[in-house]
Design a protein around this ligand. Structure first.
Ligand code: ATP
Ligand code: MG
Length: 267
């Protein structure tokens, strides 16, 4: 079975061992894994250390996101394509797994369309802001990722992208993982995050149809809203199942595959 696992930036500051050990166990069982990760939290930390103030905006569709100028896009590339990515490679190495860490820029794994101008809401007004370096994935190099998997490596892809003109672009990690999962014809996509799944009144919603998830989007907020949106994109791209689960338990991937205490979304 082919499995794409998106590791949330929200859990990247935790001990990576449980995930690495779980990857090992799954590989030994013959599963094929591809890891995708974000890392917005560390980007903010490093940017602050570099004296680069970060600005956050709310889009007209209600998504809160970072305003990414050129320098911030470069910090993204440094952090997500660099240290964070290699920390995951090292964690797998310690378990005897050959991870190949790449960013979406390498081999055009994530080619994106730059948004340039973004429409934001500020104090009840709609403003158009330019100079933004965020993008939407339009093409995935499935062949490169598949060939690494076939050769026995675990690809670890940092979610930054390359634009038409060779620009570094900040992309949504969940949606990038969803498009990758679709492109490589993954059987399942698992979003590991810092909560057990989609919560409503403190309870995990265990099973959702695509239709139910679509309706739910209106009622949820923040990072989880993006995740459900990405999960639906993955299903539309042909992925069989999308699972949102906690990445903070002993065998996070195995337990998600067993559909224990997590949200499973199917067509
Ligand atoms: N209904 C909901 N159910 C569960 N989580 C929710 C809900 N509404 C909002 N959230 C928030 O969504 C968060 C998960 O998304 P978030 O984007 O923060 O994490 P991530 O995707 O794992 O990390 P990153 O975006 O840094 O890669 C939860 O920690 C929670 O605060
Ligand atoms: Mg997120």
């Amino acid at each position: 079975m082919k499995i794409v696992v998106k590791i949330g930036g929200s859990i990247l500051d935790q001990d990576p061992r449980p995930i690495a050990q779980d990857v090992k166990a799954l590989i030994e069982r013959g599963e094929k894994l591809v890891l995708v990760h974000g890392g917005a939290k560390m980007v903010t930390e490093i940017a602050e250390k570099m004296g680069k103030e970060q600005r956050f905006v709310t889009s007209v569709s209600g998504f809160r996101s970072r305003y990414t100028d050129k320098e911030t896009a470069e910090i993204y590339t440094m952090v997500i394509g660099g240290l964070l990515n290699k920390q995951i490679v090292a964690a797998l190495f310690r378990e005897g797994i050959s991870g190949v860490g790449l960013s979406g820029i390498d081999g055009k794994i994530f080619k994106a369309e730059r948004k340039e101008k973004i429409k934001i809401k500020e104090g009840g007004k709609v403003l158009i802001v330019d100079g933004d370096y965020t993008g939407r994935v339009v093409e995935v190099n499935a062949q490169l990722v598949n060939s690494l998997v076939e050769a026995g490596y675990v690809p670890i892809i940092g979610s930054v992208a390359i634009g038409e003109k060779g620009e570094f672009l900040n992309i949504d990690g969940d949606r990038a993982a969803a498009s990758l999962a679709g492109a490589i014809k993954s059987d399942v996509i698992i979003f590991l995050t810092d909560v057990a799944g989609v919560l409503e009144e403190g309870k995990v919603l265990r099973n959702l149809s695509a239709e139910e998830a679509e309706k739910l989007i209106e009622r949820i907020e923040g990072g989880m809203r993006r995740k459900v949106f990405a999960a639906l994109e993955a299903l539309r791209a042909g992925v069989g199942k999308a699972i949102i689960a906690s990445g903070l338990r002993p065998q996070p991937i195995t337990e998600a595959l067993r559909e224990e205490e997590c949200t499973v979304i199917k067509q």
